[in-house]
Structure formats: C-alpha cells, structure tokens
Ligand binder design. Structure first.
Ligand SMILES: [Zn+2]
Ligand SMILES: [Zn+2]
Length: 331
C-alpha cells in the first residue's frame, strides 16, 4: 500500500510502498477514504511533540471502510464506514481509565503518533476506539469531525453555560464549535490572526456576531473563551477579555510559553484549564450532536501524494475550515 511517511524532523514526508498492515486481535483494517490534517501533525513534524514512532504514518482523523477483521471483532463488519480518532488505545486499568478519564491515561497510545495513522491507503485500528460515522457526511467532510470536531466539542463542554463565547484561532476546530454554539443560542466572538479579514468574514458567515484580530478587545466582556491557536500570549489576552466567573480553555496539545501576567487577570473566580485528547464518550456524544446541528465542515482537499503540501497549507493559515487528504483507491 502507498503511504506518506514521516522519517525525521525537518525532512519532507516521503511516498513509500509499505506492507499492508495486519489487523491483530480486536482490530479492523480499513481502506482509508479521507484523513484530516491537524495542527498536531505540524507539532509532530516540527519536533514539538518529541516521541513519535519513527518512521511514522501521520494522520488521526481517519474515515475508512472496513476491509478485514482481526480475531474477536464484534462492533464492525466489512464494508462499514468507520472513523478513527487521535486516541488509539488506553490501558483500561489505571485510575484515570477506571474513572471515566481515559483521555488522561499515562499509557495511552495515539493514532498517527505512537501507531501509524491515515496518510496511507490502508490502516488498522482497535475497534474499541473507533466510531461509526453519521450518514449524510461525505468522507472528506466527515474527517474533520474526528479531531477538530470532537476535541473542539470537549473544549466547548468545559466552557460551561457561557452566553458570550470567544474563540481564539478560527481554524478547523473553531469553525465547527461556532456552529454548535450558535445552534445552542450562544453568542460567538471570533479572534483571528490580526489582519486576517478573510478569516473574520468566514467567522461572521458562520454566525459569529463579532470577529476581529487576536490583538483586539471584543465589544463586550466574554463569559468564556477557548484558545485553539498554539500561542501562549493569547492566554492572558483571553483572560483580559473575560469577565468574573468566566472560563478560559486551552484546547491545543502544544502551546508556546505563556507569558507572566498579573493576578488581577485571574481574580474574580476566573478559571484557566486545558483539554487533553478525548474520551470515547466525547466521540459518541459529538457524533450524535454534529448531524443534529447540523455541523457543516468546510474543507480544502489534497490527494495523498500531496500530504506534505497539505501540511504546509495548514501552517500558512490560508484556508477556511479544515484541510483534508482524500485517498482515492487505485483502479
Ligand atoms: Zn488533531
Ligand atoms: Zn489507563
């Protein structure tokens, strides 16, 4: 099977023929149809997440159809469309796993990081961590639901019952969360890179009532903010934009250093927290919520052989919504 392989920091992805992966016990093998590209993939190729399996097939927002079953598979059948998220495996025994917080498991394995992911024609995944994909979503539009969507949704749940919600960084995750928030009657304030008028127009088109640069203050105080952009300086900016009793949620897996800030920005029972990974319960909740909104994902699509260009396009911030790799089956 063809795959785009990451070999070392600073090296471009290389196209290789790899052996078809074997579905071990409890795993399904998929014909990959589409795979979303995530900011986390950039953190891996840039060496900011420091212990990837090497060589590695990136990609953790996989939509595929089952083509083989490992021993004991019961949840899925051949031909079924399945989604594979970032969380690939957890121990099931530790205090986090037993307490419904498997996203925090110390032994967790992640797709496209510890195990090969979806920048390939085929992949294997533990069936227990896969999700059925809601009908009505084409493959490329379903892919961003699997990380941008469901980790965004987890972050959104930690924002609480905010009437006025700020979204810092209006990329794949924010464009989904914005739609969910609007459907629930919340007021959305979108922050983009300063001067990104196209991104601001995109946010307004998705129902944000105000959009501006991340160096601007919103026209009124916010009740919560989610920081999707990996820029530490946005944390004190978001706290400064939020009122008493508000929550600021950092949704990324990596962030540049947060600058020191006066206690005044946190006082008044403001809270600051991060979000790590996802649980299967998050995935199930979001896969029910997305078609009910309904969430529409805006995607820019690249063929598998251009996965490297897809990463650089995401880095440039020049696309609206999500970047997705479409994997056409040859013949
Ligand atoms: Zn991701
Ligand atoms: Zn565990």
């Amino acid at each position: 099977m063809r795959a785009m392989v990451f070999t070392a920091v600073g090296q471009p992805l290389v196209e290789r023929d790899l052996a078809r992966p074997d579905p071990g016990p409890g795993a399904v093998r998929l014909d990959v149809r589409a795979c979303g590209v995530c900011r986390t993939d950039l953190h891996i190729v840039d060496g900011e997440l420091q212990r990837p399996k090497l060589p590695l097939v990136l990609g953790h927002q996989i939509v595929g159809t089952v083509n083989a079953l490992g021993a004991g598979v019961t949840r899925f059948a051949p031909g079924q469309r399945v989604g594979v998220p970032w969380l690939a495996w957890t121990c099931g025994r530790c205090r986090y796993c037993q307490g419904g917080r498997e996203n925090l498991c110390d032994e967790a394995l992640f797709t496209g990081y510890d195990v090969d992911g979806g920048f390939a024609e085929e992949t294997v995944a533990d069936e227990r961590y896969c999700f059925p994909i809601p009908d009505g979503y084409p493959d490329v539009q379903a892919a961003p639901l699997l990380c941008a969507g469901l980790i965004g949704y987890r972050a959104y749940s930690f924002a609480g019952a905010a009437e006025r919600l700020g979204l810092y960084g209006f990329g794949a995750a924010a464009h989904i969360v914005c739609q969910v928030a609007r459907a629930e009657g919340r007021r959305v304030f979108a922050f983009t890179r300063p001067g990104d008028t196209d991104g601001q127009a995109f946010a307004l088109g998705l129902g944000a009532e105000w959009a501006g640069g991340s160096d601007e203050r919103p026209p009124e105080e916010l009740d919560a903010a989610i920081v999707f952009a990996p820029a530490g300086e946005l944390v004190p900016a978001a706290l400064a934009a939020c009122g008493k009793g508000s929550s600021v949620v950092c949704a990324g897996i990596h962030m540049s250093e947060i600058p020191a800030f006066p206690y005044e920005l946190l006082r008044g029972e403001r809270s600051l927290r991060s979000v790590a990974n996802l649980t299967r319960a998050d995935g199930e909740a979001f896969m029910r919520a997305a078609p009910a909104v309904p969430v529409h994902t805006e995607v820019t699509v690249f063929p598998l052989a251009e996965a490297g260009a897809a990463l650089e396009t995401l880095r440039s911030g020049s696309v609206r919504g999500a970047v997705v790799i479409s994997v056409a089956t040859p013949g």
